[in-house]
Design a protein around this ligand. Structure first.
Ligand code: UD1
Ligand code: CA
Length: 466
């Protein structure tokens, strides 16, 4: 049977008290609606329509061509929202999943279960439900004596008996596509919120003699609908646990999952160890047998097998196999380290490649540079890449030696095997295998230290007397 999906994402989310539209609030670094669309994709929906309204352009530009869109110009309720998809999906035949953009924890396994129950029973509608200890705020699932679903009643429309029901509507459903759009024509807004409720479709279909089913999730955490920041933090907690568990079962050692934050789209190879305080964001990719942390933040970065990152921050950086970074290094966008590279303490690298076997061990800035293989950059050596207006490039070829506290005034090139003496300020290029020295020649004045001390003491004493 053909599978379709409608994702509701038009609401503003007033209870979030935010300038950011609700469905774009991230959970484990990924906007909620992104989680939902990914899950829907995992159950092979041929078409996914996202209903947008508040922040339509922002939501569209985030999701791009991962979905089709319809605009709900005015937010008149979830039923009204689904109805907007009629122009795109009205003529389709098949099973239509309807899911809210604010329920990021629903899993593809659960959707498969929902679809299977729905399709095996040839149901008109199947609602995903859960038992909640505190069902406040959710629609309640009302069943008859035989346990058959009769209807869904919103919290605000509940009688005291209905209010006591702990089985809730998660806001995820599966419908027979044609029957869904037919039933939507019959939905009114005669209720406490004067909205067109999608939930009324359940009662309408039931009364028409259609088969209406409920599929209950085993994990009530899945059904969290994020309406405010408190629920957002709960969703974050559950999602975080789910993500760390997945990586651990895939062979990653996480010393302290409670202090480890892994984004939803991060990948990590087996036998990698994550130490406490590790934060992996965005599309970060970590190889196997790496050691990351403690206290390191990596965003949109790629770390190859066997690398070590300690107490460091990486953003849009690449680290080759068996390289070591930190403690206290900062790799900024465009930093690309080859294999077996060492970037040590208090080193910053930006928009620069450092090839295999090179070492920048301490207190350096390497910006807008190309550093070849087996280069040694001494303590405190820096590239001077910026004159206040222009950025210029420094090139250092293979096997060069850059002494401590060298300033490389870009644009400048240091040839293969060249040797720059410590303290030199390099203002023009150095040919292969040359030695460059540019510093004032030292002079020693015998016994002068005593003399200068005596002079200083005398000055101090004369001040005291006056
Ligand atoms: C809804 C359900 C409730 C269920 C709960 C689960 C209805 C009437 N109620 O309530 O039974 O327990 O979800 O989380 O459906 N939206 C639109 N257009 C609108 C209104 C809402 O696109 O006009 C979108 C929102 O952006 C949101 C989703 O629909 O993603 C749900 O809307 P929300 O207002 O959060 O519904 P709840 O009150 O949580
Ligand atoms: Ca909600």
């Amino acid at each position: 049977m053909k599978r379709l999906a409608i994702v509701l994402a038009a609401g503003q989310g007033k209870r979030m008290k935010s300038k950011l539209y609700k469905v774009l609030h991230p959970v484990c670094g990924k906007p909620m609606v992104g989680h939902v669309l990914k899950t829907v994709g995992q159950v092979n929906c041929e078409r996914s329509v996202v209903v947008v309204g508040h922040g339509a352009e922002t939501v569209r530009s985030y999701l791009g061509d991962a979905a089709e869109y319809v605009l709900q110009a005015e937010q008149l309720g979830t039923g009204h929202a689904v109805k907007q998809a009629k122009e795109l999906l009205g003529d389709e035949q098949g099973s239509t999943i309807v899911i809210c953009g604010d329920t990021p924890l629903v899993t593809s396994e659960t959707l498969e279960g929902l679809l299977a129950l729905h399709e095996n029973n040839k149901a008109a509608a199947t609602v995903l439900t859960a038992h909640m200890d505190n069902p406040k705020g959710y629609g309640r699932v009302i069943r008859d004596e035989e346990g058959k679903v009769l209807r869904i009643v919103e919290q605000k429309d509940c009688s005291p008996e209905e209010d006591a029901v702990s089985e809730i509507n998660t806001g995820t459903y599966c419908f027979d596509n044609a029957k869904l759009f037919d039933a939507l024509e019959k939905v009114t807004n005669h209720n406490a919120q004067q909205e067109y409720y999608l939930t009324d479709v359940i009662g309408i279909l039931k009364e028409a003699g259609e088969i209406v089913m409920a599929y209950q999730t085993e994990d009530p955490a899945e059904s969290i609908g994020v309406n405010d920041r408190f629920a957002l933090s709960q969703a974050e907690g559950y999602m975080r646990e789910r993500i760390t568990r997945r990586h651990m079962l895939n062979g990653v050692t996480i010393i302290d999952p409670a202090s480890t934050y892994i984004g939803a789209d991060v990948t990590i190879g087996a036998d990698t160890i994550l130490y406490p305080g590790t934060i992996l964001k965005g599309n970060t990719v970590i190889g196997s047998q790496c050691e990351i942390g403690p206290n390191s933040e990596l965003e949109d970065s790629v770390v190859a097998d066997g690398a070590t990152i300690k107490y460091s921050v990486l953003n849009q950086a690449e680290v080759g196999a068996d390289s070591t970074v930190g403690p206290f290094a900062y790799l900024r966008p465009g930093a690309k380290l080859g294999e077996k590279v060492k970037v040590g303490d208090f080193v910053e690298v930006k928009n620069a490649t450092i090839e295999d076997g090179s070492k920048v061990s301490h207190l350096s800035y390497i910006g807008d540079a190309k550093v070849g293989k087996n280069v040694n950059v001494g303590c405190g050596a820096i590239t001077v890449n910026y004159d206040g207006y222009n950025k210029s490039v420094t090139e250092i070829e293979d096997d060069a030696f850059i002494g401590s506290n060298v300033n490389l005034i870009a644009p400048v090139k240091v040839g293969k095997g060249a040797f720059i003496v410590a303290g030199t300020t390099v203002t023009h290029s150095v040919p292969d295998n040359d030695l460059a020295i540019g510093r004032v020649r030292q002079e020693n004045k015998p016994g002068y230290a005593e003399k200068i001390r005596a002079r200083a003491i005398a000055k101090k004493n004369s001040k005291k007397q006056s």
